[in-house]
Structures are given as structure tokens and as C-alpha cells.
Design a protein around this ligand. Structure first.
Ligand code: BG6
Length: 516
């Protein structure tokens, strides 16, 4: 640190790790977006590709082919998408770059039920795709369609030899991946019947957030943290994914999903496994995915009695966020006025392995909470001594905060002697901010996802076995909650930190939720 507290980036300290780069070439590719006219394509996929193009991250030769039911041709599609990209970032829109980029955009009209559409798709891929240096034609299918359409589309793709034969392919699948273990297993069987597992990229976009990716690097490159990262020194771990937004225009989806399927089964359990995993024996996707899978399998199963005691559900009622009045969940469009869908979750989990036995992991997430924050708090045990006597007999514990968003930060809380006082301790915080240190604003996770798929790097994608095991963790909770009508719903005001039971969950263990 410089005197002013500013972190100086000295290139002597910038170490490039020897992470294997095999398979990370950027060869010509064709990205086929199933549902390429839809919301995800307009808001995320095309803008992210455009940005990657702008930053020179894409190869010279590539094509993006949208498959959708809208009656458009290439020119029509380019015009529609140009408007959408302008909307997503009007100030930064670079028309000259767009004109270069849009030459890579193509459109083929089709419906998923129709065999001819898939023949048309195949013909168009053959027409526009360019062979790689190895002579293959690399085709990536991005399933930007509702979950119920994925199976239908994959069946048709298989029937029309679009999966393994004619092209060298990958398939990218958005969450939700199933709605419980059984449906995820069915979906897995169907997909791996058409593609090999190493062609399948199951997305969890949280893994592509820079500070989430950093967890592994931070943990296994710093002696002072790694050595205390275990049950001997850690009192508890808290992971919060708080959102101030409601369910936006996704009432129909959310009614069926609820908070557990939307956030806990995927984002929260993935973060948990990164916090808990052992060091992989190398930066090879399989090694990392193996270690994460071990953690998911080590989470102690929960039964009905445990759920009633240690897992809390909530649903928001009308309230105020900032200075804005917002409706309650039951007043949102496409939501039943007597809905029992939970929008808030808090729960305690245990990880039964040598490193973590007995350490509680408190997970919390919800819609319409006071602010947007995703944060991991590692609270350390207090030192077992009474040196400071009655004035300070309950020392504030050390806490390490890894803040994922909206700020990308790491903070450490510790105690110092208050100046000139003989007997007073004071809690202070040391902060590191990505943006201040590296002058980089947060990146769009979809850019990282797309680039990794193009490079063929599976590290950030969820493996077949792990996705099923993650369902196994949460299925009992959904079953319990869906079989018992909550007597108190809605039970928290929008703009508050959830129902009182979330505080009680911690209080009953003499703890409290932390925040940086
Ligand atoms: C998605 C959920 O996976 O993540 C949404 O379906 C949620 O409900 C979103 O709002 C949050 O993502 P982010 O990147 O904005 O934190």
C-alpha cells in the first residue's frame, strides 16, 4: 500500500500461472442461438458477443446464426438486434464497429416441432460455417429457449444429425436444469444420449463473475488465509445473495420455481462448494469439478424436522425500496393472489468432511431485500483467553468479507488498540477493491461464459453428476414446503431483510447475520 492507502500495481508482482492452455485456442466457430430472437439474445447474448468482438476477443472468422419462429431474413434480424443492442447501452454504441460485427449475424426461420425447420437449419450451418485449422466445423448450440423446449429441440437435433456427426459441436444449456433430481436426471440422460458429456456446458452465470472465480485463486495462493480456512479457526460462514428487485416480468416462471430452485440449488451451492473445496491437483477442468462435486456430496442431508428448525422461508408483502413503493409478491403479474411460492430463503447447512465438520454454513437469499449484495462472510473463532478482562470480554471476531457484487471487494475486520486509551479495543477494516486497484469495472458474466465455450473450457460449467447432487440437497426442502401451507405468508415487508424467523435462526445459535 502507498501512504494514501492506494494499492500500487507493480508488474514485478503480477504472476502468470502456468494454467494449461491446451484446448483454449480460438478457432472459427458458428454459434447457433436457439431462440435467437428472444429476450436473452437481445439483452445478453448478442450484446456480449458484440463487446467481445469490439475487444478483439473473437477470431476473425465466426458466424452467429439465430434460429427462431419470427418471420425475418438476415437483414431484418440484424435491424431488430441493432435496436436491442442500442437499448442495452446507447452511450457506448459504436455504429462503425456494429456494421462490421453485424456481417457475422445470420437468421434462419424455424419452429421446434417441425422437421423441415431442422433440415433448413442444417443447410444454413453448412452454408455459413468455415472449417477450423483441423478441418472440423465447430458449431456451438446455445439453448436460449424455455426449459420445456430444450428436450424437444435436442431430440430433433439428434434426429437430424446435428449433434455428433456432421459437425464438431458443443451445447450450452441455461438454468433451470430440471425442477428436481428426477427431472434433472431425465434431462441429463436425454442430452447425453445426443451429445457426449464433454460437449455439454451447463451454465451457472455466478461462476463467471470475477470475484467468484477469484475464490480459488485467493484461497490457494495466500498462506495467511488458507492455513486458517478450516474448522479449527472458522466459527461460521455466511453466504448472502440479496436482491432488491422483485420477480420482474417472470411471474409465471417464478410461481413454479420459487427461491430454492431459482437461486439456492445453483448459485448458492456453487459458491458454497468453491468456499469449501480442497485444492485441486491442477488447473484442469475435471480436477476442479471433481473437488466441487465432493463438497456437494458431503453436505449433510436434511430431514423434515431439521428443515422446520433450521430452514426459513419467506414471501414479500408490499413495501418500500429506497423511496419507491413496490407491490407484494401476490400482487405481481401472473402470480396467484394466494400463492405459497417462497421468495426468501435462509438456512443452515453442514459439510461433513475433515476440514469443515461442525462449522455451520448459513445461506440466505431473497427478492425485494433492502439492497443488492452478494457476499461471503467467513467469521473466525475468538481467541480463547480473557486477557482483556471485563471491559472487552466479548471480543469482536475477525471476519473476512468477500463481496461479489455490486462492489467487487475483499475486506478484513480486526481489532486494534484505541489510540491513547489504556484499555480499549477498536474494530477496524482493511479494504481491497478490484475497481480501485485495477481500474476495471465489473465484467459482464455472459462474456466470460461465451468466451469459455468458444475456447472449449469446461471449468466454469456444471457437470452432470454435480447438478443432480445439488438437487438432492434441496429436494427435501421443496417437498416439505410444498406439502405444508405456510400459515404466515406473506411474512416480510419489501425492503426488509426477510421474516423475523431469519434473525431467530441465527439468534438461537447466539449468532447474527453479518454484513460488510
Ligand atoms: C438468475 C435468477 O439466475 O439470477 C434471477 O433466475 C436473479 O431471479 C438473477 O435475479 C441474479 O443474477 P445477478 O447476476 O443479477 O446477480
Amino acid at each position: 500500500m502507498a501512504d494514501g492507502g492506494e494499492l500500487i500495481i507493480d508488474s514485478r508482482y503480477l504472476q502468470t500461472c502456468e494454467i494449461p492452455t491446451q484446448g483454449r485456442r480460438v478457432e472459427p466457430f458458428t454459434l447457433v442461438i436457439m431462440g435467437g430472437g428472444g429476450d436473452l439474445s437481445q439483452r445478453k447474448l448478442i450484446p456480449s458477443n458484440f463487446h467481445l468482438f469490439h475487444e478483439n476477443e473473437l477470431p476473425e472468422v465466426f458466424s452467429i446464426l439465430a434460429f427462431d419462429r419470427l418471420d425475418l431474413d438476415d437483414a431484418g434480424y440484424r435491424a431488430v438486434i441493432e435496436e436491442a443492442v442500442k437499448r442495452s447501452d446507447a452511450d457506448a454504441f459504436d455504429k462503425a464497429a456494429w456494421d462490421l460485427f453485424s456481417r457475422h449475424l445470420f437468421y434462419v426461420r424455424g419452429v421446434f416441432e417441425n422437421d423441415e425447420s431442422f433440415e433448413g437449419l442444417k443447410g444454413r450451418i453448412e452454408q455459413i460455417s468455415v472449417p477450423t485449422s483441423k478441418g472440423t466445423r465447430d458449431v456451438i448450440y446455445y439453448m436460449a429457449v424455455p426449459p420445456e423446449v430444450v428436450s424437444l429441440a435436442v431430440e430433433k437435433m439428434k434426429a437430424h444429425d446435428l449433434c455428433k456427426g456432421a459437425f464438431k459441436t458443443r451445447i450450452v444449456i441455461e438454468k433451470p436444469f430440471g425442477e428436481d433430481r428426477a427431472s434433472a436426471a431425465r434431462l441429463n440422460r436425454m442430452i447425453t444420449g445426443a451429445f457426449d458429456e464433454n460437449q455439454v456446458y451447463r451454465i451457472d452465470h455466478y461462476l463467471a463473475k470475477e470475484p467468484v472465480d477469484n475464490i480459488l485463486f485467493f484461497r490457494f495462493s495466500n498462506t495467511i488465509f488458507e492455513e486458517v480456512w478450516n474448522r479449527r479457526y472458522v466459527d461460521n460462514v455466511q453466504i448472502t445473495v440479496a436482491e432488491d428487485i422483485g420477480i420482474e416480468h417472470r411471474g409465471a416462471f417464478y410461481e413454479k420455481a420459487g427461491v430454492v430452485r431459482d437461486i439456492v440449488q445453483n448459485h448458492l451451492l456453487q459458491i458454497l462448494s468453491l468456499v469449501c473445496m480442497e485444492a485441486p491437483i491442477g488447473f484442469v477442468p475435471e480436477f476442479i469439478r471433481d473437488e466441487k462435486a465432493r463438497i456437494v456430496r458431503s453436505i449433510r442431508p436434511v430431514d423434515a424436522e431439521y428443515i422446520d428448525r433450521f430452514v426459513v422461508r419467506g414471501q414479500y408483502e408490499p413495501g418500500t425500496i429506497g423511496d419507491r413503493e413496490v407491490p407484494g409478491y401476490r400482487g405481481e403479474p401472473n402470480v396467484s393472489p394466494s400463492s405459497i411460492t417462497p421468495t426468501f430463503f435462509a438456512g443452515k447447512f453442514l459439510v461433513d468432511n475433515l476440514r469443515w465438520a461442525g462449522v455451520p454454513f448459513y445461506l440466505r437469499t431473497g427478492k425485494r431485500l433492502p439492497r443488492r449484495v452478494t457476499e461471503i462472510c467467513i467469521q473466525f473463532k475468538r481467541l480463547p483467553l480473557r486477557l482483556f478482562g471485563r471491559t472487552c470480554d466479548v471480543l469482536e471476531p475477525n471476519v473476512l468479507f468477500l463481496t461479489i457484487q455490486p462492489d467487487e471487494k475483499i475486506a478484513l475486520r480486526f481489532l486494534v488498540k484505541y489510540p491513547f486509551a489504556a484499555n480499549q479495543l477498536y474494530t477496524v477494516r482493511m479494504d481491497f477493491s478490484y475497481e480501485e486497484a485495477f481500474k476495471t469495472p465489473p465484467h459482464e458474466a455472459y462474456e466470460r461464459i461465451l468466451l469459455d465455450v468458444v475456447k472449449g473450457d469446461l471449468t466454469l460449467f456444471v457437470r452432470e453428476d454435480t447438478i443432480e447432487e445439488m438437487w438432492e440437497v434441496v429436494d427435501p426442502i421443496n417437498r416439505r414446503w410444498e406439502s405444508r401451507t405456510p400459515p404466515d405468508f406473506p411474512n416480510y415487508r419489501a425492503g426488509t431483510w426477510g421474516p423475523p424467523a431469519a434473525e431467530q435462526l441465527m439468534a438461537q445459535e447466539s449468532r447474527a447475520w453479518l454484513t460488510v
